[in-house]
Write a protein that binds this ligand. Structure first.
Ligand code: SAM
Length: 244
């Protein structure tokens, strides 16, 4: 008899509001033998919270808890090594279940292929196992909708930037863009704010934290009195035509 091999599913669960999950995501999560999700130390796991109602009570749940790396600078090779080991170990835990013939659903906040940690598992397991990825509504889409902010019209182009890049690079890219989304704002907010001012875009920028979630907060960046921003925050810069 041939070996029974399970399927790996990377399932996007959208930006936060559970009603923004797709029908396909709900169906696949509800049928999963094993449900895995990433979480920060001591946190419930955002994707797990979003999908909660749809996880089978009998499903095995695997919490993939990121290593505590805040004391190591991101540029230090020890940081990359710690994360590589974490993703290797996580992929091994999933691989074991797939080899037993179980289907494993990895929950992904937003869309799995858009800055998602799932991609580290995909890179390690895709060649070895049957894999299916279910797209999700991205955080930027959820955020601009909740902000009531049309983003691009006509020929306008949208740039997606990471708030983690160097300030001069941010300025250079912002100066050449029509509309933009800056992801991964969090502790980078002072730098992002300064880059937007230098690029002459401060007036147009909208700050969104925890978009579509119950603790959502939306404010024009120039009216935000402090530089506090949670991990789940981004900045929208609507195009000139779109924002009219
Ligand atoms: C690792 S990326 C994941 C992106 C996700 N896969 C997606 O499709 O949007 C995490 C970043 O997404 C943004 N983000 C995710 N959910 C958000 C939300 N509900 N509101 C605001 N920003 C969010 C933040 O910038 C955060 O730092």
């Amino acid at each position: 008899m041939g070996e029974m091999i399970g399927t790996l599913y990377g399932v996007g669960v959208g930006p936060g509001d559970p009603e923004l999950m797709t029908l396909k995501a709900v169906r696949i999560i509800g049928a999963g033998d094993v449900v895995a999700y990433f979480s920060k130390r001591g946190k419930a796991g955002n994707s797990r919270t979003i999908a909660d109602k749809h996880i089978r009570p009998t499903a095995e749940q695997i919490r993939l808890e990121y290593p505590y790396t805040t004391e190591i600078p991101v540029s230090d090779p020890r940081y990359t090594a710690a994360l590589d080991k974490f993703y290797d170990d996580s992929a091994n835990r999933i691989d074991e279940r797939l080899r037993r013939g179980q289907n494993v659903v990895v929950l992904c906040e937003g869309d799995p292929f858009f800055y998602g940690s799932f991609m580290h598992l995909y890179d390690r397991l895709n060649g070895e196992h049957e894999t299916e990825v279910v797209p999700g509504i991205t955080s930027m889409s959820g955020c601009w909708t909740r902000a009531g902010t049309p983003m691009t019209r006509g020929n306008e182009c949208l740039s997606v930037l990471a708030g983690t890049i160097d300030e001069n690079q941010l300025v250079q890219r912002l100066e050449n863009c029509e509309a933009a989304v800056i992801m991964k704002v969090g502790r980078n907010l002072p730098k992002v704010r300064s880059a937007l001012s230098r690029a002459g875009l401060a007036e147009r920028a909208i700050f969104v934290e925890r978009g579509t979630m119950s603790e959502e907060r939306i404010i024009r960046l120039c009216e935000k009195p402090d530089d506090r921003a949670p991990y789940f925050s981004l900045v929208l810069v609507p195009g000139r035509q779109a924002g009219q």
